[in-house]
Write a protein that binds this ligand. Sequence first.
Ligand code: NAP
Length: 240
Amino acid sequence: MTTSNRIGQDGVVLVSGANKGIGRAIAARLRNDGFRISLGARNIKALEEAHGPADDAVLFSHFDAFEPDSAAQWVDATIAKFGQIDALVNNAGLGEQVTIMDDNDAALDRLWQVNVKAPLRLTRLCLPYLEACGHGRIVNIASLSGKRVRNAFVGYNMTKFALMGLTHTTRHVAWEKGVRATAVCPSFVRTEMSAYTGKVAPDDMIQPETLAELVSTLIQLPNNAAMAEMLLNCRLEDML
Ligand SMILES: NC(=O)c1ccc[n+]([C@@H]2O[C@H](COP(=O)([O-])OP(=O)(O)OC[C@H]3O[C@@H](n4cnc5c(N)ncnc54)[C@H](OP(=O)(O)O)[C@@H]3O)[C@@H](O)[C@H]2O)c1
């Protein structure tokens, strides 16, 4: 395989949780920008409804963070169809609310599985292909809740801090092979996950399409212009 220091226009990008919200917007943007996309979600029908039928440039695969084998099957199906992987977007996430005084190990385990263990598993599975192309990219959709704390939801906050740890470890491990990992850390984004809050009106939140534009830009940067973290505010924050 010929290696290069940036992704080509027909590069192959995996996006988890591409059926709705931020993942849906990222997938649509990447396809519009000419990339071939491999979309993972629990519900294939929802992927078809969101993106139309699969074709030569679009693959749908069952992916459930609670089913470890589904990650390997998704990566295998991607290689079988496209023969390469240039980028991975770990977007799927769970916003379950667990506070310090809640004694809810089951919910904590779910948060850990979806927000941390599945991104780590997909990183491990994709890394050989990302390294082989010389310009592999990993974008982890973390959160400002992985940078600072403004609420009581300790379960979610811990997992997003952990995802920062995964991102920075990946940078160290894979840098020499041309892989660049970025943690994208948005404040509120207008999706189902943020619908519970009254702190910011939906129109004033970051729009999923704006985030998608940034993710596409990140993936297209050359090896010598790497962004480790991208912090995105929709309201003024003292620390950031
Ligand atoms: N919205 C915000 O304000 C905000 C802010 C900062 C960071 N984020 C992060 O952005 C990412 C996307 O969130 P969103 O706002 O787009 O939320 P969303 O609309 O609720 O979408 C969440 C996505 O994750 C998927 N998912 C959940 N559990 C899964 C599992 N077990 N296996 C596979 N996929 C699973 C969902 O699939 P199903 O449809 O099958 O449930 C859905 O595709 C998350 O990582 C979130 O933490 C969001």
